[in-house]
Ligand binder design. Structure first.
Ligand code: SF4
Length: 343
């Protein structure tokens, strides 16, 4: 029986599917009757901008090394930043530490989405996810995956910003009182494994009877979003200075892009045509190539320069690291370093 657009019975059907097909993920290890808020929070923060296969090893490393929020709160900043390297979006790692320290100082997690949202680095989605999954609060966790699923279920065609507001209110109304956490996870699983961005698998979908987009016959056209603006391109250079098997690294300022991370010395990264990069000191710099990297707000083209030095330059900020001990660089610098030192 088609139930198009009337979603009232959807939670029950979705949960029945979740009970059989829910994914077994490391952060879903039950702690007694509840999930561990620390693990739920850590996984949500780590997976905000990356895939589960990429993020899972980081999650396992973190929870092995810092098994509780108190342990993480007591960790050294550099250790956490280095362990985070490769996950990108380093402001999140800094907020992760701030948040862990706030929780450790107050002695427990707040349990409602409204309170959780006040913590560093926790936005509405993560607050809803932690409240529902770890504390069984009647909260919704609506991210891009859930947006997509509901845009299809309701075949939303209007202005996307307005439709999203409607959709969020709709999801909140549907949260079942007895299983809010399972409902949040079931929606995540549906979006990740069945109602995927380009190939929704409507044939096996547990909520297909409700779905207007499926009835229309072209579900992948939803959500209908305004076209994205092209990202600006910035250009700059990274400098790989090598002396007696060691490379010069610098700690980046705490504030700003890749703040607090170790990196290669660089020029400024600016929009516009390529210009001759200004090196941090005089040496016989030779160009070894270019690396590209995508940041949230711009694409970067980084010219990689290398110099092999007879002696270390005086008065240059930074520290020297043996080439075979370089680890934990942010991806953009890891790419530049590999390019300059391989072969
Ligand atoms: Fe997505 Fe298809 Fe299920 Fe609709 S029926 S929610 S489009 S997978």
């Amino acid at each position: 029986m088609p139930k198009h657009g009337d979603l009232n019975a959807l939670p029950a059907d979705l949960l029945a599917w979740f009970d059989r097909h829910g994914r077994d993920l490391p952060w879903r290890t039950a702690l007694g009757e509840r999930r561990d808020p620390y693990r739920v929070w850590l996984a949500e923060i780590m997976l905000q901008q990356t895939t589960i296969p990429h993020g899972t090893p980081y999650f396992l490393t973190f929870t092995q090394r810092w098994p509780t929020v108190e342990a993480l709160a007591a960790a050294k900043d550099e250790d956490v930043m280095t362990a985070w390297a490769g996950l990108g979006y380093y402001a999140r790692a800094r907020n992760l530490l701030k948040c862990a320290r706030e929780i450790a100082a107050r002695g427990s997690w707040p349990e409602t989405a409204a309170e959780l949202k006040k913590l560093p680095g926790i936005g509405p989605y993560t607050a809803g996810a932690i409240a529902a999954i770890a504390f069984n609060q009647p909260a919704a966790a609506v991210d891009g995956n859930v947006d997509r699923v509901f845009a299809r279920l309701l075949a939303l065609k209007g202005d996307w910003a307005e439709e999203k507001k409607r959709l969020h209110a709709q999801v909140e109304r549907l949260v079942p009182e007895d299983r809010p956490g399972d409902f949040a996870e079931a929606l995540m699983d549906l979006g990740a494994t069945v109602c995927t961005p380009t190939r929704p698998n409507c044939l096996i979908c547990p909520v297909s009877a409700y779905c207007l987009a499926k009835a229309e016959g072209e579900p992948e056209r939803y959500p209908i979003k305004p076209p994205k603006k092209a990202k600006p391109i910035r250009r700059g250079a990274a400098f790989v200075a090598v002396h007696k098997g060691e490379v010069l690294l610098q700690r980046r300022p705490d504030k700003g892009l890749l703040g607090g991370m170790a990196g290669l010395p660089t020029s400024d990264w600016v929009e516009g045509e390529r210009s001759d990069p200004a090196p941090p000191f005089k040496a016989a710099w030779g160009e070894v190539g270019e690396v590209r990297h995508v940041f949230t707000h711009f694409d970067l083209r980084l010219t990689v320069m290398r110099a092999d030095l007879a002696r270390r330059p005086a008065k240059v900020e930074g520290f020297w690291v043996p080439l075979d001990e370089v680890e934990g660089l942010p991806s953009v610098f890891a790419k530049a370093f590999r390019l300059a030192t391989s072969g």
